[in-house]
Design a protein around this ligand. Sequence first.
Ligand code: SAH
Ligand code: SF4
Length: 380
Amino acid sequence: MSLSSHASKFAAPRVDAAGRMALIGLNLLEMQEALAIHDLPKFRAKQVWNWIYQRGLTRFEDMSNLPKDMRTLLSDYYSIERPEVITEQRSSDGTIKWLLAMTDGQQIETVYIPEENRGTLCVSSQVGCTLTCRFCHTGTQPLVRNLGPHEILQQILHARDVLKEWPEINEKSGPQNGRDLTNIVMMGMGEPLYNYDNVAKALKICMDEDGLCISKRRITLSTSGVVPQIHQCGEELGVNLAISLHAPNNDLRSSIMPINNKYPLEELLEACRTYPGINENRRITFEYVMLKDVNDSDDTARELAHILDGIPCKVNIIPFNKWPNSDFECPSRNRIMAFARILEEAGLDAPIRRPRGEDILAACGQLKSESQRLKKPESH
Ligand code: SAH
Ligand code: SF4
């Protein structure tokens, strides 16, 4: 059967320059349909799926439980792509940042952050961001498009390749094999809830026991507050929720985050209170970037503690990370600690996040892939 006669069945069958159909990003059912075009039975698609997501293979010829002629056929008609790596930067603190190119030339950044007992991958959901939070570098990037499920997954597959996280051929696969990459945060470039369908599809493959097998407990999605999608995210994906809050009242929040005009604080906090599965053991994280003389006063801290009363949560205090030509300053260490103390006295957990990868502009809010920046290495 020809490829075109089946094409309408797929959301967007992707083909490479050689006309081969790309498999990354298809769910199992779609992969079965894709291979059925060449009369391959479902169990063969499942075998290919396992090789791709459990073992990280990128060449059909290495899929040892498939007959030789089938491997040749697969190589002729299908592809398992990885993104093109434009740069890899390693910070003195072990953080790694990759600038990756998609097939249309658009670029995104992905950051790996090693910590004592875990390793976290910060994954992008869009090229740039349509929102314009005033403190965020990504929001200044003019080019914006959604990433497809394959482009979201490819960031994770690439990190697993570099960190050598794939189990050996004879080793048992499964979550126990993740040593360095244990957690995923959708906190890179873009607003994940403005690209919900693609993010959801990628995360389902990520969470699938036969897929990348990363537990939903180890996945966190961060949103600037796209209220209508929050409930669906909890119900359908069940991942941890982080909210970029940054201010305890509408006037202040709207002045630094224009999305607050669309979805004001009352609606956002109500969506948090009713987030599926939320309780004291599964709390919401509120991110709070500290901006000098803007949202860092004692009164603001008290107001923050007040509005969060009754929501199972913690507040992640993020010292503002500077980027070229940004309007804001980071408050002093003493001011940040005084702010955190007020929250803690009110009974909230309020850890102060240690900036990671600052020397390579990999810290929160510093990501931006615009090619202009690459021409100015002195700003790194
Ligand atoms: N768009 C989503 C996902 C990006 S997460 C969101 O906004 O939640 C990136 C986190 O870094 C967000 O909490 C964001 O508010 C924060 N951030 C943005 N710019 C920052 C900066 N310059 N310094 C510190 N944190 C910043
Ligand atoms: Fe977009 Fe998040 Fe940056 Fe705001 S903080 S501009 S929503 S990436």
